[in-house]
Design a protein around this ligand. Structure first.
Ligand code: ZN
Length: 193
């Protein structure tokens, strides 16, 4: 077994040993959802004070409002009763470090892990790449506040999203652990007026 696999199974055995959440209902008890980045430094349960059963957390690279993120949010509201949503991007996001062109170019040459330095991203090896990367919208970020505004706007204006769901736009600061509001999203969120 791999060391990581060992560690995960060990940790799970400890978690399950005194497990007391068997009676939680499926719908989130606090009726809200968070869309955020998969970045390993972000722990939504900690930065937003969640316990098991509290809220939906939808994560992808960048915390972007992709079609699949919107699919999850629509299910979250329509079938599982969430009433308020957060879009939370973060400082120092990896999605700011490349463009779709750079990503598809790297993948076209090699599928192996690339490296980054002051001059940008570099493939380690040549051969075995694929042009398929050109057909994926990588949803990279060039301006952090704008990406939050764009995603809040995309969610708010989506035909499957009811107009009365507040969608709050925030940036998580990886240096302080704080959530910082993105100003223009507040008045569009539908909250508190
Ligand atoms: Zn990120």
């Amino acid at each position: 077994m791999s060391q990581i696999l060992d560690e995960v199974i060990d940790a799970n055995n400890k978690y399950a040993a005194d497990f007391d959440k068997a009676d939680l209902p499926m719908p989130p008890g606090r009726q809200f959802a968070i869309l955020t980045c998969m970045d390993a430094r972000l722990d939504p349960a900690k930065y937003a004070g969640l316990a098991e059963g509290d809220a939906h957390v939808i994560r992808n690279a960048g915390g972007r409002a992709s079609d699949d993120a919107i699919r999850s949010l629509v299910i979250s509201y329509k079938l599982l009763g969430t009433r308020e949503w957060f879009v939370i991007h973060h400082t120092d996001c990896g999605m700011e470090t490349f463009t779709s062109e750079i990503m598809s170019d790297l993948l076209s040459k090699s599928l192996k892990t690339a490296s980054v330095d002051a001059d940008g991203w570099h493939d380690c090896c040549a051969g075995g790449g694929s042009a398929e990367g050109q057909h994926i919208a990588w949803l990279t970020i060039s301006n952090l506040e704008q990406s939050v505004r764009d995603d809040v706007e995309r969610i708010k204006s989506h035909p499957l999203v009811p107009a009365d769901i507040p969608v709050y736009g925030y940036i998580y600061d990886v240096k302080s652990g704080k959530l910082i509001e993105v100003p223009e999203t507040a008045k569009k969120s539908g909250c508190c007026n």
